[in-house]
Design a protein around this ligand. Structure first.
Ligand code: HEM
Ligand SMILES: *[C@@H]1O[C@H](CO)[C@@H](O)[C@H](O)[C@H]1NC(C)=O
Ligand SMILES: *[C@@H]1O[C@H](CO)[C@@H](O)[C@H](O)[C@H]1NC(C)=O
Ligand SMILES: *[C@@H]1O[C@H](CO)[C@@H](O)[C@H](O)[C@H]1NC(C)=O
Length: 339
């Protein structure tokens, strides 16, 4: 009798095991972030188990789609990470950047080079088929940014879920996202408004270890005379000349990390030590006394960068989230508010 029960239990276990394995993303680095996620009030309502019952396959769906797209075009990984940042920087992580109507954030000049909207639409369509009216676009974008990071060679982190989608998106507010011409004081101020500190600023800027920039974002560095009409001394002269050659048109692209453009590593920081930062905001992190010690620490400690990047990305994903029954909605189509 006892033997029979053992067999039944063993059989049930084997039935369930492959199932639960399929629900976890295939590629993950289980290194745990060192500190707890931010404790901003609204973010307290987020939970990694939020969709455990209502949409258990969510993360597997997101992972499969992001994986397939990146296989075809690896440049989509940095674009999705940036899209998530631009979402969270304006009205919090509420998918306001995805709304596609006249005068929305997405239509603003500052959003011109944002990409990845079609990937999010494709994930949303699949998620709606499997779990109708359950998962927000803000959560999908957050999970996609996490998976894009892993697939680019970055760290894994658990994504807390439960964000609602906002109903407001204003193009004028898209200009709140830093464009690369700011000084450090204003960057610190912008991040502070989001509940992010100087460590988050320097660590999250490390996302520029992959991806690219349009030449229009750095054009001002080509004509950067200071008081004595000498060139900007904070950029390596050979690097500057090479950028000029690559930037015949403002619509051309250049890599954000000149040494290892497709590898998620600390070269972004070691570049800054060699005056090889692309954006002037990148390079300024190494000349301002409030941020330069952090740049040097991250440049020499890869493990510190990956573990803190995971922590700071969770904080970014928690910025001013809409939670609870009364706030926001679960959009049916990420491009439009529900009617
Ligand atoms: C600290 C302030 C920041 C500034 C001033 C800034 C500025 C920029 C600029 C100007 C570009 C190039 C846009 C273009 O002309 O095509 C860019 C690209 C990018 N940014 Fe940032 N950014 C900042 C923070 C962040 C953060 C916090 C993240 C994510 C955690 C991020 C992720 C990216 C990525 C991955 C790209 C490459 C996008 C692609 O290849 O499509 N940035 N950023
Ligand atoms: C930084 O930029 C802001 C906004 O453009 C400006 O008001 C401020 O004076 C600048 N600060 C420094 C130290 O240059
Ligand atoms: C301009 O650059 C020169 C050479 O790098 C430097 O010595 C000088 O202090 C700078 N002047 C100003 C006003 O920043
Ligand atoms: C996971 O992260 C740790 C620490 O960042 C790193 O040492 C390890 O190689 C990573 N493993 C994988 C499979 O990426």
């Amino acid at each position: 009798m006892r033997l029979w029960w053992c067999c039944v239990i063993a059989f049930v276990l084997t039935l369930h095991l492959p199932n639960s394995a399929a629900q976890t993303p295939r590629i993950r680095n289980k290194t745990k972030p060192r500190t707890a996620p931010t404790t901003r009030p609204a973010a307290d309502h987020l939970s990694t188990a939020y969709y455990a019952k209502s949409c258990p396959n969510l993360e597997a769906i997101v992972n499969r789609k992001v994986n397939a797209w990146i296989k075809r075009d690896s440049t989509i990984a940095p674009s999705i990470i940036r899209l998530h940042f631009h979402d969270c920087a304006v009205r919090g992580c509420d998918a306001s950047v995805l709304l596609n109507h006249r005068g929305s954030e997405r239509s603003a000049h500052a959003s011109k080079t944002l990409r990845g909207f079609t990937l999010i639409d494709e994930i949303k369509a699949e998620v709606e088929r499997r779990c109708p009216r359950t998962v927000s676009c803000a959560d999908i974008l957050t999970a996609a940014a996490r998976d894009a990071t892993i697939l680019a060679g970055g760290p894994f982190w658990e994504v807390p879920f439960g964000r609602k989608d906002g109903r407001v998106s204003l193009g004028t507010e898209a200009n709140l996202v830093p464009q690369g011409h700011e000084n450090i004081t204003s960057l610190i101020g912008l991040f502070q408004k989001l509940g992010l500190n100087i460590v988050d600023l320097v660590v999250l800027s490390g996302a520029h270890t992959i991806g690219r920039s349009s030449c229009s974002s750095i054009q001002q560095r080509f004509s950067n005379f200071n008081g004595t009409r000498k060139f900007d001394p904070s950029i390596d002269i050979n690097y500057l000349n090479s950028l000029k050659r690559q930037c015949k048109l403002g619509t051309n692209f250049v890599n954000l990390d000149v040494t290892t453009p497709r590898t998620f590593d600390v070269a972004y920081y070691t570049n800054l030590e060699k005056k090889l930062g692309l954006l002037s905001t990148d390079q300024l992190l190494h000349s301002d006394s409030r941020t330069s010690p952090l740049v040097d620490a991250l440049a020499s400690q890869a493990q510190l960068f990956t573990s803190q990047f995971a922590v700071s990305m969770v904080k970014l994903g928690n910025v001013r989230v809409l939670t609870g029954k009364m706030q926001g909605e679960i959009r049916r189509n990420c491009n439009f508010v529900n009617s």
